[in-house]
Design a binder for this molecule. Structure first.
Ligand code: DGY
Length: 317
């Protein structure tokens, strides 16, 4: 039986599956392992089932024992893992695509609604019993007819587009390449981010974090947005230059933000906290029972497939 380090707690059903499939080394206190601890705990293991909370950079990967052959990440994103370093060490890296598309797109839509319709202020007013209905109370931005710019029209971006379109939004997107007509589903392609930004009444960041996308939403690009645009991010915090976005909120260049992900999670830039127009969530993208179960099961299946066949369809390096 292969010995697998499972760095964070999984849902019960998945831990049961893992104990049948492997000699599993669980983290029963769900402690946040440091890089040093991951290296220590993986001694004698054949693989690691990791989470986005572990930063497996080149230095950490190079110190993993020779016996580690696979890192199966419990997430679709893998910006926490240095893929090249893993490849050099002959370690296969896998992710959990598809199974979290719907849940993450739901949160993507929630961010758009929450930011456009002034949900943080509404919740505060209702809880404080400090409100009265009036024709102009908490007037927000209507989605019907507004242009939604999707940065990264992968599976999650496409699902957000379908729902947003049904709400009457007009969909634009920027991707490395133009999609086929069926995937595009009537959306307008922009071959540059600046062109997309210039038509985005609402921007939805859905692209993966990579060397190319770090701080892509920066001061220069934000200037291309129409005045009073809304910026949402359901992907990764690393894609946004927080100081630039906070400055844009301050100047009212940006009307509101909807954020589920941050640089340096679980911390977030305190600059956001002073804005009532910041609708902020604690990385809930894939947090439903169905999805977290499917992700855990897939992360386990990826390891089993790899040891059975020497490869895996969800390999990313
Ligand atoms: C992912 O899979 O990348 C999600 O952010 C996890 O919640």
């Amino acid at each position: 039986m292969k010995k697998i380090l499972i760095t964070r707690r999984l849902l019960k059903e998945c831990e049961e599956k893992a104990s049948k499939a492997f000699d599993a080394n669980f983290n029963s206190n769900d402690e946040l392992y440091t890089q040093k601890k991951v290296i220590e705990m993986s001694q004698g293991c054949d693989g690691i089932l990791s989470s986005l909370t572990e930063k497996l950079d080149a230095e950490t990967i190079n110190k993993l024992p020779e016996s580690i052959k696979i890192i199966s990440n419990f997430a679709v994103g893998f910006g926490n893992i240095d893929l090249d370093a893993a490849k050099k060490r002959g370690i296969v890296v896998t992710n959990t695509p598809d199974v979290l598309t719907d849940a993450t797109a739901e949160i993507g839509i929630l961010l758009i609604l929450g930011a456009c319709r002034r949900v943080p202020e509404g919740i505060q007013g209702a809880k404080d019993c400090n409100w009265k209905w009036s024709a102009d109370y908490l007037i927000g931005k209507q989605l019907t007819g507004a242009r939604l710019g999707i940065l990264g029209m992968g599976r999650i971006g496409q699902k957000i587009a379908i729902v947003a379109k049904s709400l009457g939004m007009i969909i634009h997107y920027h991707n490395r390449s133009k999609l086929s007509a069926d995937k595009e589903n009537g959306a307008t392609y922009h071959d540059s981010l600046k062109s997309l930004m210039s038509v985005s009444d609402v921007l939805s960041v859905c692209c993966p974090a990579s060397n190319e996308t770090i701080n892509l939403i920066n001061k220069e690009n934000i200037e291309y947005l129409p005045k009073g645009a809304v910026v949402t991010n359901v992907a990764r915090g690393d894609i946004v230059d927080d100081d630039a976005l906070i400055d844009a909120l301050e100047r009212r260049k940006v009307y509101a933000v909807g954020l589920d992900v941050y640089k340096g999670e679980p911390n977030l830039n305190p600059g956001y906290l002073k804005f009532k127009q910041a609708f902020i969530l604690p990385h809930l993208g894939s947090a439903t029972k169905e999805t977290r179960t499917a992700m855990g099961n897939l992360a386990i299946d990826n390891i089993e497939e790899f040891f059975k066949t020497g490869n895996c369809k969800n390999r990313v390096n």
